[in-house]
Design a protein around this ligand. Structure first.
Ligand code: SAH
Length: 364
């Protein structure tokens, strides 16, 4: 019989699992407290569970964490883990400490299918979706490595689904893992403190609002469809007007806002005109804008906009009344900045190979 990795189950799943083995439902919360509260992954150390049940658990269940292949610390305090899963694929998770919070950037897929032209993960191609165990494991591994603050607080106060992959194309597993992040017996985070970032998979966005309405970030990167089609090809399927409607629906009438991410690419999307157009496009949308200085990677054709340009862009949005912040680049000395996460895996789409072939043909 296949043993069940308990990290793949949310609370309801654990209750069902234990019921299936003739156990009471409180076993679910007991086990969750050990795993997510204490970082205990060995059944024998779960001392409030009877010896017989503990012994029985070894036959039917596992708590399988990925292997930490490397653990790099940046000069600025951010930290990146390269994690190897059972099939040898590797993904990355990054911790970013700030004065008032500690944010873990979590991956949702091995690679990515979307092929955004400025993203290093896209260059690597795609292999597969992560299981919900592999998603929640990133928090567990990081939490165990980071320990607690002097006053016993967890160091991870926020999670951003902004690592490798498009979370809304791995919907069920991402939602289940976020359920464990939110659960009081899991990581006990509030919805405000989990942010899902998407390139704009509109139907899944509508569904997410009903299932798990965490904070939303949308990778916009361009104020018009022509340009966005080039940067984020998914735009051909869900153009800006459709995407913004879905964003408005997502936040509803309340006070919440959508964060729009905008990568600053020199000479591409960073002119005064682009800024003014962006302000117009976002009129009537409860929005915040997050300007991200482009993080270069080998073989990219783009460059980062200058500091002055970014500042000017910022000023235009600000004076149009849009709350705007410029994201500080963190962890670039360990290749942990936005868009630099690459992991190590087999590209099933052979995207890299195909693009190199194309370049060769053009060069001839
Ligand atoms: N697929 C999701 C989440 C992953 S990317 C999404 O598209 O939102 C997380 C953020 O990093 C996105 O806003 C993405 O556009 C941005 N990003 C990707 N490559 C980047 C790069 N080279 N420099 C700066 N930001 C980048």
């Amino acid at each position: 019989m296949d043993k069940k990795n308990l990290l793949d189950l949310d609370r309801a799943g654990l209750v069902e699992f234990f019921a299936g083995h003739g156990e009471k439902s409180f076993r679910a919360t007991q086990v969750m407290k050990w795993i997510y509260g204490q970082g205990v992954t060995d059944f024998d150390a779960m001392t409030n569970i009877s010896k017989t049940l503990r012994a029985g658990l070894y036959d039917i269940a596992t708590i399988d964490l990925p292997k930490v292949v490397s653990d790099s610390l940046s000069e600025d305090g951010s930290r990146k883990w390269l994690l190897q899963m059972a099939d040898d694929n590797c993904i990355e998770a990054v911790f970013i400490p700030e004065a008032d919070r500690g944010t873990l950037c979590v991956s949702s897929q091995v690679g990515c299918m979307l092929n955004c032209s400025f993203c290093s993960t896209a260059q690597q191609g795609f292999n597969r979706n992560l299981t919900s165990a592999e998603i929640i494991s990133q928090l567990l591994v990081a939490a165990m490595a980071l320990g607690q603050t002097a006053d016993g607080e967890r160091r991870i106060s926020n999670v951003v689904m902004m690592g490798m992959g498009e979370p809304l194309l791995n919907y069920d597993n991402v939602v289940r893992a976020m359920g464990v992040m939110l659960d009081d017996y899991g990581f006990g985070l509030s919805k405000r403190r989990i942010t899902l970032s998407t390139a704009g998979v509109v139907p899944a966005l509508r569904q997410l609002r009903q299932d798990c309405d965490v904070s939303l970030a949308v990778s916009l990167h361009a104020p018009d469809d022509l340009l966005r089609n080039q940067l984020v090809p998914l735009n051909k399927k869900y153009p800006i007007s459709v995407l913004l409607e879905a964003c408005k629906e997502y936040v509803g009438e309340g006070r919440r806002r959508v964060t729009f991410e905008y990568v600053m690419l020199a000479g591409i999307n960073d002119s005064d005109g682009h800024a003014r157009q962006l302000a117009r496009v976002l009129e009537g949308v409860p929005a915040k804008v997050n300007l991200i200085p482009f993080n270069p990677f080998p073989e990219t054709r783009y460059q980062r906009s200058s500091g002055n340009r970014i500042h000017r862009f910022f000023e235009i949005l600000n004076s149009a009344g849009i709350v705007t912040i410029t994201r500080r680049t963190r962890g670039d000395d360990i290749d942990a900045a936005c868009g630099q996460l690459a992991g190590e895996f087999m590209d099933r789409t052979r995207r890299r190979e195909r693009s190199q072939q194309k370049h060769r043909t053009v060069a001839q």
